[in-house]
Design a protein around this ligand. Sequence first.
Ligand SMILES: [Zn+2]
Ligand SMILES: [Zn+2]
Length: 470
Amino acid sequence: MNNGPDAQKRKNPAMLTKDQMKQRVCETIAAQRDRLVALGEDILRHPELGYREVRTGALVQDVFQSLGLPVQTGLGITGCRADLNGQPGGPRLAILGELDGIVVPGHPFADPATGASHACGHHAQICALAGAAIALATSGVMPELTGSIAFLAVPSEESQQLEYYQKLLAEQRIHFCGGKSQLIYEGVFNDIDLAMMIHAGPACFAPASFNGFVMKCITFHGHAAHAGLQPELGINALSMLRMAINLWDAQRDTLRDDDAVRLHGVITDGGTAVNVVPATAKMELQVRAKTPDAVQRAADLVDRCVQAAALAFGGAADIENILGYMPLRGYPELDRIHGDNLRRLAPQEPFPNTGHRGSSTDMGDVSMIMPILHAYCDGFAGKAHGADFLVTDPDKAYVRPAQILAMNAIDLLADGAAAGRAIAALQPPMTREHYLAAMHRLTGRKQFDFRTADPAQANGPAEKRFGNPR
Ligand SMILES: [Zn+2]
Ligand SMILES: [Zn+2]
């Protein structure tokens, strides 16, 4: 029987200092380096798209089960969760890893059938999640941490291929396209106080905030007619669409700079034949802004422009708001802890706050209801979402993020979870109920119909349309 100093420390974990705990988790992860790199390379070669990450989810479940942790599965279809408890009474911290890939068919490790690839580096997040779980579960630090840790593999951050999501929504298999929104809806975050994750990037940094957005699928309905012979019998849906774009373009200078509004989209249907007045025209538009209110205001502006264009032409329009993410609000208190732990491993590594980002993530949704960390790590080269986005340094991409997440957890839950309690007490912008209500306001369908019973009459004699002019 071993009664040496190590056994004594294990019996009386209070003998471990925070530094010693950090050293233990870092050493545990370093010893698992080859396993983590192999896991990352495996997922890299088997990318899966949102809500279809079955194989990737099973790999995470295997890791949790190998640690003897009970696993909840089927969260947001493919997500899973395992919990590890320290001393009772502290906050519950979630460590997140995103499961999904993104469609970039030219990526060297893209799936030839689906075009899915890890051109956003989410495969590395799974290594960070797995490595942190292995270290915290096996290094003997949990008995002297106060609170608990939920390891959470989350589906569908990229939310691409809207037709697939529309099918899942219609079948009521999901309620939201963003995986984290879906997990919030399912109640998976109900017992969680803080959440953190690390995303692949060109460098180590933390943004102050991200835009939120709503995605609008807009369809204009006109009336077909011979474009040369009898255009007066038609209602031109493509012209309606152009007019709607002009209406919001004309108002761009009235948008507040601070709101960081971005309106960008593509025309997906501009008519069927050159000699037919287009009866239908469609576009997909993303409306982004920095705060939930600014997203709502910009979305309302777009809706008014669509309505006005339909009215002007005596046509009709539908707006389907099928997808939205909330803006991300950063929490500098968590960024500071993360930066300190990064410097512990890489004293020269800068970790700047890079300000506002015009892009969006569904970690923003989580940031609306609890303090979160969304830091970036280096170890990658190429353009995010580009065919050249690849891991260049497996230690920085797969191993170091796991060490930092485990050390962050120690900082938050050591010393009676003093730091974790203080940060958990910060007021997020919304409750879960407010969040769900705001999401429902942003999503859903709007319809405007100004067509007459006989569409051809819209361009008929003026007295038929407006009554007899005096
Ligand atoms: Zn990503
Ligand atoms: Zn991405």
